[in-house]
Design a protein around this ligand. Sequence first.
Ligand code: CA2
Length: 150
Amino acid sequence: MTESTPGNILVINGPNLNLLGTREPEIYGKETLSDIEAKCRKHAANLDMSVTFRQSNAEGEIVDWIHEARTTARAIIINAGAYTHTSVALMDALLAVGLPVIEVHLSNIFKREEFRHHSYISPAAVGVICGFGSRGYLLALDALADIIEK
Ligand code: CA2
């Protein structure tokens, strides 16, 4: 299935996630973002879906990608990184496009500092998956396979 087909899922990764695999493996694991992308592509194909996999350190660029998803994707998986805890702009964009959204975090944000306990993304999300490392992205794809079918 290609990125223009009906089962396409936009997977967005926010700031600093391009550094995965290089530092803080005790929190974020040893995999690189490319490793996670490969896992997502394989898992999506098994579910007869496809992924558009993206990362940016720029909030405005992520807003633009969310807007584009209106015509290119059936749903969004987003790990907004630190923007999770700060960005009204991302929340507004996700609410505006009206697609099913699943929020993913590699770490369990509720076991960490207090400022990570609040998410501006969650009010726009069908659900939140955190603390399962890269498996969280695959669990999100599983959930979307059901959600999109209905
Ligand atoms: O657990 C997650 O997935 C987070 O979204 C990761 C964000 C953090 O701000 C959120 O609270 C939880 C940080 C991503 C930074 O990734 C790095 C990777 C390697 C080295 C340094 C940072």
